[in-house]
Ligand binder design. Structure first.
Ligand code: TGC
Length: 386
C-alpha cells in the first residue's frame, strides 16, 4: 500500500515483515475503526469490543518477549502505533497504556510471580491495565506526588489520588506509583481491592473515544508482594514513560497522515470558482508543506526506532521525536481542516478530531514544555526545571 503523502519511497526503508505487519494493522483500522470512530467519538465511547481483535493481532505488549507477547521490534511497534492513531489517538492510547506503561512496568520491574500472573492475561486482552502516576497537583513534576504507601504489619496500605489515568474504570489491574519511606515505589493493585475507585473524567473535548479517570485510593491494603521489587525512585515510572513516548513519535504522524489524506482527497473533488481546490496554488502549498513534515516526521521516527532496536536510544532523543512530531502533527491536522472549509468542523472528516486528540497527546507523557526543557538542558548543561 503506498501512501499519497510518501514523496521519498519510505517503504523501501522497511523490511517485508515490517510492511506486512503495518499492512495488517492498517486493514484492521480500515475495517473496524474508521467506519465506527465518528460514532464512538460523538458518544464518548471506548469500544471495549475491539480489544480481543487487537490481542489477536498481537498488539498488546507487542514489543515484549515471552509471556504470550508478540516479541516485535521497536520499529514494528512504531508502525503499528502509527496505523492505530491514523484511526484515532484514543485507540493507540489504549495500546500504549496497556503495553508500554502497565505491562512494561511489570515486565521491567516486576517479580516472576507478578509477570506470570498478569502478563499473559494482558497480552490476551483478558486483563486491562492502567498506570497511575499523575496526580491532581502533580503532572509535569511527578516527584511532588503525595500518594503514600505505608507498611502495616507486613502489608502495604495506600492512600492518595491520581488523575488522568487512562482506562482505570475498566482496568483489572493498576500500577500505582507512591511515595514510601524508601522513596517512590510501584505497586501492582488489582482494581477490585477495597478502597480503589476510578471515575471517568467527563465531558472532554479531546480523546472522546477513550477513558481517562480520577482514581481514589482510600486505605487500599495490599500484601507485601504487591510492590514491584526491582526498582525504587522516579526512574521506575520514567523507564515506562520512555516506551510510551516512543510510541507517540510514530502515532502522532499516523494521525497527521490521515488528516492530510482527508484534505488531499477533498481538495481533488471540491470545486470552487469552477475548479478543484487542489488546482489552486495556495492549496498546493499547504499540501506540499504538510507532506514535507509528514515525510520528515516518519523518517525521524524510523531513525529513532532503529536506534531503539540497536539498544542505543537515549531519553533526550525520545524528547526530540515526541516534541517535534506532536507539534508538527497538530499543525498538519489544523491546516488540513482549513482545506475542508466548514465541512471540516463536522465528524464526517477526521482532521479536527485528530487535532483535538493531539491536544491531549502533546500534553501527556511530557508536555511540549517538559520536552523542550529536557532538550534545553541537554544543549546548555543547565537544567531549568526548578
Ligand atoms: P530527575 O531528578 O531528573 O530524575 C529522577 C530519576 O529518574 C531518572 N530519569 C529517567 N530514567 C529513565 N528515563 C528517563 N526518561 C528519565 N528521566 C529521569 C534520573 O536519572 C533519576 O534517576 P536516579 O537514579 O538518579 O534517581 O527527575 P525530575 O523529576 O527532576 O525530572 C524532571 C522532568 C521534568 C524531566 C521529569 O519530571 C519529567 O519527565 N516530567 C514529565 C512527567 C510526565 O511525563 N508525566 C506524564 C505522565 S502520563 C500519565 O501519567 C498518564 S499515563 C497515560 C494514560 O494513562 O492515559
Amino acid at each position: 500500500m503506498s501512501d499519497p503523502s510518501d514523496l521519498i519511497d519510505f517503504d523501501s526503508l522497511l523490511s517485508s515483515e515490517e510492511r506486512r505487519l503495518r499492512d495488517s494493522v492498517r486493514s484492521f483500522v480500515d475495517s473496524e475503526i474508521k467506519p465506527n470512530i465518528a460514532g464512538w467519538y460523538e458518544r464518548a465511547v471506548f469500544p471495549l469490543e475491539i480489544i480481543p481483535e487487537m490481542a489477536k493481532l498481537g498488539l498488546l505488549g507487542m514489543h515484549l518477549k515471552g509471556y504470550g507477547c508478540a516479541g516485535r521490534s521497536a520499529v514494528e511497534y512504531g508502525l503499528a502505533a502509527a496505523e492505530l492513531e491514523a484511526g484515532d489517538s484514543g485507540l493507540r492510547t489504549f495500546v500504549s497504556v496497556q503495553g508500554s506503561l502497565a505491562m512494561s512496568a511489570i515486565y521491567k520491574h516486576g517479580s516472576q510471580e507478578q509477570k506470570q500472573e498478569w502478563l499473559p492475561a494482558m497480552a490476551a486482552g483478558d486483563a486491562i491495565g492502567c498506570f497511575g502516576l499523575t496526580e491532581p497537583s502533580a503532572g509535569s513534576d511527578p516527584g511532588s506526588m503525595t500518594t503514600f504507601a505505608r507498611r502495616d504489619k507486613g502489608d502495604w496500605v495506600l492512600n492518595g489520588s491520581k488523575r488522568w489515568i487512562g482506562l482505570a474504570s475498566v482496568a483489572h489491574v493498576a500500577i500505582i506509583w507512591a511515595q514510601t519511606d524508601e522513596g517512590v515505589r510501584g505497586f501492582v493493585v488489582p482494581t477490585a481491592t477495597p478502597g480503589f475507585t476510578a471515575t471517568p473524567i467527563e465531558p472532554k473535548l479531546s480523546m472522546r473515544a477513550s477513558i481517562q479517570c480520577d482514581v481514589e485510593l482510600v486505605d487500599v491494603r495490599l500484601p507485601s508482594t504487591a510492590a514491584l521489587p526491582n526498582v525504587s525512585g522516579l526512574k521506575g515510572p520514567f523507564s515506562c514513560l520512555n516506551e510510551a513516548r516512543y510510541g507517540i513519535i510514530w502515532g502522532a504522524m499516523g494521525a497527521a497522515r490521515d488528516a492530510f489524506e482527508a484534505a488531499l482527497d477533498y481538495s481533488g473533488t471540491r470545486l470552487q470558482f469552477d475548479k478543484p481546490l487542489a488546482g489552486y496554488q495556495l492549496t498546493q502549498q499547504k499540501l506540499v508543506n504538510m507532506a514535507l513534515e509528514i515525510n520528515k516526521g516518519f523518517l525521524l521516527a524510523l531513525h529513532l526506532g532503529r536506534m531503539k532496536d540497536a539498544g542505543k536510544l537515549r531519553p533526550e532523543q525520545i524528547s526530540v521525536g515526541k516534541l517535534n512530531n506532536c507539534r508538527e502533527a497538530i499543525e498538519i491536522c489544523r491546516e488540513s481542516r482549513t482545506i475542508l472549509g466548514g465541512n471540516g468542523i463536522t465528524l464526517d472528516y477526521s482532521p479536527l478530531r485528530h487535532a483535538n486528540n493531539l491536544e491531549s497527546v502533546r500534553t501527556y507523557e511530557g508536555t511540549d514544555e517538559v520536552h523542550t526543557l529536557i532538550l534545553g538542558s541537554k544543549l546548555t548543561g543547565i537544567p531549568a526545571f526548578r
